[in-house]
Design a protein around this ligand. Structure first.
Ligand SMILES: Cc1ncc(COP(=O)(O)O)c(C=O)c1O
Length: 463
């Protein structure tokens, strides 16, 4: 059951909101690191009152705390520098939340970025990410996307034979840096839709294809095989699968080098989980990096391999806990003996995770986060879909229409997975920092949603 925080857990005087906050690893917190209770008892993030933000920018509103994002980025950098004996780079998996502002922040923290479409690539480059720190993924890249990646000079992750055929057909004058993605055959405990390392996955070459691919590429002057990649899944709390992955990847590295490829990069993907509800207990960024770094270094030493550069691709653990979504409470429906629905002005179009993965969240009323949670409600979205429920059995203080509700840990796979279902405009996003809020994504307008509709002449209404 997801509940608002018990009053006893909260510090009543000045005044971080969450007790036992892990400032060194913000992925382990329910709320952004700057979350505090203001003088009138309302919640603040980044020094900005959440209700004030809702009034100023409207709801639903994505709020992103810059300090949390930077804290996570710095935690990855620091851990890689202290636990891996060779060089290393964390790449932000921008599918988690792709925008110019987030790119600019992670680029300024010295991270790289992974992109999976022309749109994410353009966002990365225009957000200031140097092309040499970008890798381009995708299990079905188009010729145009591959041409764009080659023109930009980013590293291409070859996922399958089709990528290789399309790249060969481009007639490139300079060799493209290639990273080969393969399926490592590692099971982990997470939702089946976000598990990618097991053999039945649409991503990557089968492990038994690796050798034929490496042999094929020996004869391709357009390709420089500079890296190997595998990713086992997302929202993972276990560490052992990452150790197992290191051994599989070191074997692949040995093979690639024996076949004459100058492979310098080993990319172990992302996957570290975060805390969505109080019972979630993910490893810290430091623990995760230490596990991966020691396993990769150890596996390479055992095989007599020079250390590769270690790359990882965190998405969720970098950006999720930086995000809070604000909604306005609207209608209420009580079904005696069954449940009470409280509806908000967003739902599955701004956060498709509950309906897709049955994901759990934590939420409070922005103005009364510490009030007694005497009511139990089911938080429903406004979409025409019975399954459009954001939170079941949420303990809240009695809420009225117009109250602002804050849902935590929505910084990853919310804005980036948002849709216009029911022709509902996507929310605005603001980044908050030191008492300042800046718009980083403008709210869509209903009339803008008609922009791509074309009404054939013969169907036009006669006036
Ligand atoms: C190839 C690849 N790398 C990195 C990630 C990021 O994973 P996470 O957000 O769990 O860190 C994903 C997510 O699915 C992925 O597919």
């Amino acid at each position: 059951m997801t509940t608002s925080m018990a009053t006893a857990d909260l510090q009543v005087s000045n005044r971080p909101f969450e007790s036992n906050r892990d400032t060194a690893s913000p992925n382990r917190n329910l709320t952004p690191v700057t979350t505090a209770v203001g003088p009138k008892g309302g919640l603040e993030v980044g020094g900005c009152g959440l209700s004030d933000l809702a009034r100023r920018y409207g709801t639903p509103l994505y709020v992103l705390d810059e300090a949390t994002l930077r804290g996570n980025a710095q935690a990855y950098r620091k851990a890689l520098a202290s636990h891996y004996p060779g060089s290393a780079l964390a790449l932000y998996a921008s599918k988690a939340n792709s925008s110019l502002a987030i790119t600019a922040v992670v680029a300024s923290e010295g991270l790289g970025l992974d992109a999976v479409s022309a749109g994410e690539l353009l966002t990365a480059v225009q957000g200031g990410m140097p092309p040499e720190r970008i890798v381009f993924h995708g299990n079905n890249k188009s010729l145009e996307e591959l041409q764009l990646a080659a023109d930009l000079g980013v590293t291409v992750v070859a996922d399958n034979w089709s990528d290789l055929e399309l790249l060969a057909s481009l007639g490139l004058s300079q060799p493209v840096r290639l990273m080969l993605r393969f399926t490592p055959g590692i099971e982990c405990h997470t939702h089946e839709y976000i598990r990618t390392g097991h053999l039945d996955s649409k991503f990557g070459f089968d492990p038994d294809q690796l050798e034929p691919v490496l042999r094929h590429l020996q004869g391709c002057s357009w390709a420089l095989v500079s890296g190997l990649h595998a990713h086992i899944g997302s929202q993972i709390f276990e560490l052992q699968p990452h150790r197992d992955l290191a051994a599989v990847m070191a074997d692949a590295l040995k093979l690639a080098r024996e076949l004459g490829h100058p492979v310098s990069d080993l990319n172990v993907g992302g996957g570290l989980g975060i805390r969505y509800v109080a019972s979630d207990d993910p490893p810290s960024i430091d623990e995760w990096v230490r596990t991966v770094a020691e396993a990769v270094a150890g596996a390479c030493q055992e095989r007599g391999l020079d250390l590769p550069r270690l790359l990882c691709e965190p998405g969720r653990s970098l950006v999720a806990t930086a995000g809070v979504t604000l909604y306005s409470v609207g209608s209420r429906k009580e079904i005696p003996g069954i449940r009470t629905y409280l509806s908000v002005d967003g739902g599955m179009s701004d956060n498709p995770r509950p309906i897709t993965y049955q994901s759990l969240y934590t939420a409070v009323l922005a103005d009364r986060p510490e009030a007694e949670a005497s009511d139990t409600v089911t938080l429903a979205g406004k979409h025409c879909e019975s399954g459009d429920v954001l939170l079941k059995d949420l303990a809240l203080p009695p809420a009225q229409a117009g109250d602002v509700l804050a849902v935590f840990a929505t910084g990853a796979y919310n804005a980036s997975m948002a849709s216009n279902y029911n022709r509902i405009p996507r929310p605005a996003a603001v980044m908050v920092h030191d008492g300042m809020a800046e718009l980083v994504q403008r709210r869509e307008l209903p009339e803008e949603l008609l922009r791509y509709d074309v009404l054939p002449e013969r169907l036009r209404p006669v006036v």
